[in-house]
Design a protein around this ligand. Sequence first.
Ligand SMILES: Cc1cc2nc3c(=O)[nH]c(=O)nc-3n(C[C@H](O)[C@H](O)[C@H](O)COP(=O)(O)OP(=O)(O)OC[C@H]3O[C@@H](n4cnc5c(N)ncnc54)[C@H](O)[C@@H]3O)c2cc1C
Length: 315
Amino acid sequence: MIEKKTVIIGAGLSGLLCGKRLAEAGHSVLILDKGRNIGGRLSTRRTDGAVFHHGASSLPDFYNHKELPEFGLKMFKRAEKEKIIQRKGNLFEPINSVADFVNYCGTNLNIRESSEAISLNLHNKTIDVQCRGSVHEKIPYDVLVLSIPPNQAKTLINKQINKIDSLMDKVQMRSSAAALFSFDINPEPVKDKHFSNEKVHILVENNRFKCEQQLFCLTVHTKEPFAKEIVKNDKNTIKELLLKEIIDAVPFSLPKPTYEAGHRWLYGFTERPLGTPYLYYKREKFGICGDWCSGSTILDAASSGIKLGEQILNL
Ligand SMILES: Cc1cc2nc3c(=O)[nH]c(=O)nc-3n(C[C@H](O)[C@H](O)[C@H](O)COP(=O)(O)OP(=O)(O)OC[C@H]3O[C@@H](n4cnc5c(N)ncnc54)[C@H](O)[C@@H]3O)c2cc1C
């Protein structure tokens, strides 16, 4: 086997599992992510004594996902055995936090956080990377993978691949908003894990993920069409609008929050996928993966990344 150096841009689940598949087959993998933490839309925010999940918080049943390659099934089964995830009805939920599941998927991978790729040169086999607060760097590769949302991929590719813009334009992503709040009240008497009204879902965080402090923590996710209505606002306004919805939906009175933050997912959910599990361009040695290639869930992201990894192994 000739060892290939694969650079993967994006450490969401698709990029992590593409990298994992290649690394476990003996290839050299470097994953870059613009975020301070890995996981992308599998996101955990920690503050003093509170843990919030403002991205995905559960997985569909991987035993019944027809597209999931054997490698993915084995990884998820092992996560269940190691008590990182557990079955809840027809879903699986992380036992402690989404971050534990993400870290499990990224174990032993060479990952650089806070590294945003800002330009690609698909002919010279290098990528230019701008890390916040540091100089430009050029990273050479044998195979390059983009595991980022389609709109961002289109910008980075910058017309270097024929007809790719029209492919990316086929995909439709939907935005959504979320907000995180903690309140200085004892969470123990609250037995509900969810609240909702017609505009939002509210997740009670610290009943599932135990906090050190006695804080009552809520993550609010917007429902459609309310999401569309408010997502163009700044994060502060989003936070205020969502606090109003909490007051409406939670059937007891709440004090002023001790922590509050608004969040926007500009490319949160796939509305219309591309219709193929991944893209690979042989001449350019360049691949694209992500949930949006064939679906909209964590398992679609996993399948896409692993299948692209297997395509690279077969080159
Ligand atoms: C609010 C919300 C709730 C959800 N709930 C669920 C759920 O309950 N169950 C479920 O199955 N799915 C859910 N989903 C969908 C699920 O989160 C996604 O399907 C999955 O996480 C997508 O993974 P991905 O790797 O394809 O993309 P992403 O997770 O988006 O990963 C892309 C990564 O690329 C990085 N990146 C982007 N541009 C660059 C750049 N230029 N340079 C370097 N890095 C870059 C980003 O920082 C990010 O880490 C939810 C999504 C949202 C937004």
